[in-house]
Design a protein around this ligand. Structure first.
Ligand SMILES: C[S@@+](CC[C@H](N)C(=O)[O-])C[C@H]1O[C@@H](n2cnc3c(N)ncnc32)[C@H](O)[C@@H]1O
Length: 229
């Protein structure tokens, strides 16, 4: 079974022999792959909507996979401690992920690993993980169809970052200094500078507020650029 680059990168973060809960599974491609490749011994796949679960069931049949427990539920509701040791959440907003994790904190704290791919608000997810007693073990940064994605792997442990930019851009991604990440930072710097120069001549309460935000962002960017080049 061939996964997309994003889904394959997520699947590669899963340790062999584990029990997985994939929240917001939709097509269930990740759990199907994990079972077929004998990476996971058991998977629970949840979704809040019936449509995606029907799709998941169909895909399970297509790929001849049975060991996935499909559950119609909100986030992690109804999953009990011990049923799984890895949570995967991908393709959702960071704030929704935080809400889902926050609602079942005891269950979350019983997990060995959280593998998260937030679509937005990645910095909030990093902060939240530190706040609930998880440390960030690894991050992957990939590009698929002209979009960038960050995958965070967190394990239990105490950790705090010193610098605000480490939460915004990812301390591990800054340390890894991959070419893709460098390209992304440079493109973003260019975009921010262009917006700043466009509005710098204008004045209004709203524009002045935006200018201050942009100055702050550009300052952080410069610090990251200093670290990665
Ligand atoms: C964009 S899809 C992502 C699918 C897959 N995880 C991926 O990364 O390709 C988001 C899925 O999350 C489901 N979803 C949204 N809110 C949810 C919640 N609170 N609990 C469970 N599933 C949810 C949606 O129904 C949808 O199927």
């Amino acid at each position: 079974m061939q996964l997309s680059h994003r889904l394959y990168t997520i699947a590669r973060c899963v340790p062999r022999g584990c029990k997985v809960v994939d929240v917001g599974t939709d097509h269930a491609y990740i759990p199907i792959y994990l079972i077929k490749e004998h990476i996971a011994i058991f998977c629970i796949a949840t979704d809040i909507n019936t449509g995606p679960l029907k799709k998941a069931k169909l895909n399970m049949r297509l790929h001849n996979v049975e060991a996935i427990d499909l559950r119609l539920t909100n986030g992690l509701k109804g999953i009990t401690v011990g049923e799984a040791n890895i949570i995967i959440m991908a393709g959702m907003g960071g704030c929704l992920m935080i809400e889902i994790l926050q609602q079942e904190l005891d269950l979350v704290k019983s997990m060995e690993k959280l593998i998260l791919q937030p679509q937005q608000d990645v910095h909030r997810v990093r902060k939240f993980l530190h706040a609930i007693g998880f440390k960030i073990e690894n991050e992957e940064f990939i590009e698929e169809e002209d979009k960038y994605y960050t995958i965070i792997v967190a394990v239990q442990g105490d950790e705090k970052y010193d610098k605000a930019y480490e939460y915004v851009y990812g301390k591990i991604l800054i340390e890894k200094r991959t070419q893709l990440f460098k390209d992304y930072i440079l493109k973003k710097q260019e975009k921010l500078s262009m917006i700043y120069s466009t509005i710098s001549q204008k004045n209004s309460k709203q524009i002045d507020k935006r200018k201050i935000e942009l100055e702050e962002e550009l300052k952080m960017h410069k610090e990251v650029i200093k670290c990665i080049f």
